[in-house]
Design a protein around this ligand. Structure first.
Ligand SMILES: C[S@@+](CC[C@H](N)C(=O)[O-])C[C@H]1O[C@@H](n2cnc3c(N)ncnc32)[C@H](O)[C@@H]1O
Length: 303
C-alpha cells in the first residue's frame, strides 16, 4: 500500500536541488548528437498543480521554487535552463513574486510545477526517449493524461526497482536512470547499494542519479556507507542542508536536506554544479557550512 504522494512536496527545496541536477545531467548528455534514453524508476505524476488542496496544505514550494524565482535575475548560466523550464509554467509576472512567498493565496497564479518526467520531456531531442515507471494507481492515471500524446514517452505501471532490469541496456546505449523512491520502506536505504551494483553490471555506461533525503536521525548514512563499501567507482555526491532556524519551522521536520549520488557523471558536470552553487545556497537560504556542492563519494578508478 503506497501512501506517499509527491503532490504535497512538489517544488520544495529538495525538488529544486534534484531537478536542477537532473537538468544539468540531461544537458550534458545532449552535448553529443547520439540519442539518449532517460529512465525514471519512480516517476510520480509528471506535473503538479500548486493550487491543489495537497500543495496548498504544506505550501512547501514557497520555500523552494518561489525563492529561486524571486532571485532569478542574478541566476548564473548553469541555472538558466532549469529556471526557463519552471518559468514556462507560471502565470504570474516576475514583479509579484516577492508577494508569492508571503501569501499562499498567490499559489493560484504560480499554478504548476513540473516533475522529473516533465523536465526530461522538455529537454528531449527528436530521437531521445523517456521511459517512466510508477506504481501508484492515481499517479499513473495522471501520467497517462499528460504524456499519452508523446510517442517517445513510454509508461509502465509497475515496480520501477525491478522493472528497470527488463529495459536495460536500452538500444540507445547511452542515458540516465533517475532513482527517486519515497523511502517509505526502511530497507530502501540498505538495498540501494546492491541494487546499483546490479544495475551497473547490466548497463555499465549508464549515468545513474539516486536521490535521498538527509534526515535528522541520519538514516541516510546507511545508503552512503553501502555505496562507499560497494564495488562501484566514479560516484559524485551533492548534498544540501537547510539552516537550523529554517528547519524548525518546517512541516517536514525529519528531512533537513536533500542529497543526490551520481554514478558515472558526464564530463564536467561537477564544474557546472559548482558554478551554480552559491546562487542555490543563497536563494534557498541553505547552511553553507554543511552543504556540499560536489565531492567524490567514490573516486574514478585510475587506469
Ligand atoms: C518522490 S516521488 C517521485 C517524484 C518524481 N521523481 C519527481 O521528481 O517529480 C516517488 C514516487 O514513487 C512511487 N513509487 C513508490 N514505490 C514505487 C515502486 N516500487 N515503483 C515505482 N514507483 C513507486 C510513488 O507512488 C511516488 O509517486
Amino acid at each position: 500500500m503506497l501512501s506517499y504522494q509527491h503532490a504535497y512536496h512538489a517544488g520544495n527545496f529538495a525538488d529544486v536541488h534534484k531537478h536542477w541536477l537532473l537538468v544539468l545531467l540531461l544537458e550534458a548528455l545532449s552535448r553529443k548528437d547520439k540519442p539518449w534514453c532517460y529512465l525514471d524508476t519512480h516517476a510520480g505524476r509528471g506535473i503538479y498543480s500548486l493550487d491543489s488542496a495537497m500543495a496548498m496544505k504544506t505550501a512547501e514550494w514557497r520555500e523552494g521554487v518561489a525563492r529561486l524565482l524571486e532571485t532569478s535575475g542574478s541566476a548564473p548560466e548553469s541555472v538558466q535552463s532549469y529556471l526557463r523550464i519552471v518559468q514556462s509554467y507560471l502565470r504570474i509576472v516576475q514583479s509579484n513574486l516577492r508577494t508569492v512567498t508571503e501569501d499562499v493565496s498567490y499559489a493560484r497564479e504560480i499554478h504548476m510545477y513540473p516533475g522529473s518526467p516533465e523536465f526530461a520531456r522538455r529537454l528531449m531531442r527528436q530521437n531521445d526517449r523517456e521511459v517512466l515507471c510508477e506504481l501508484h494507481p492515481q499517479e499513473i492515471e495522471h501520467l497517462k493524461k499528460h504524456f499519452h500524446k508523446y510517442d517517445n514517452v513510454h509508461l509502465h505501471f509497475r515496480d520501477g526497482f525491478e522493472g528497470v532490469f527488463a529495459m536495460v541496456p536500452p538500444p540507445e546505449k547511452r542515458g540516465l536512470v533517475l532513482i527517486d523512491p519515497s523511502y517509505e520502506l526502511k530497507q530502501d536505504y540498505q538495498r540501494i547499494p546492491a541494487y546499483l551494483e546490479k544495475l551497473h553490471k547490466r548497463w555499465a555506461g549508464a549515468t545513474v542519479a539516486i536521490w535521498y533525503p538527509v534526515l535528522t536521525d541520519e538514516r541516510h548514512q546507511t545508503l552512503l556507507k553501502g555505496v562507499r563499501e560497494s564495488a562501484l567507482d566514479n560516484v559524485l555526491r551533492s548534498e544540501i542542508r537547510r539552516k537550523s532556524e529554517i528547519r524548525k519551522k518546517e512541516a517536514n521536520k525529519g528531512m533537513v536536506g536533500s542529497g543526490m549520488l551520481i554514478l558515472n557523471p558526464p564530463w564536467k558536470v561537477d564544474l557546472a554544479i559548482t558554478s551554480g552553487w552559491s546562487y542555490l545556497v543563497n536563494s534557498l537560504q541553505l547552511d553553507d557550512q554543511q552543504s556540499v556542492a560536489v565531492d567524490w563519494l567514490k573516486p574514478e578508478k585510475s587506469t
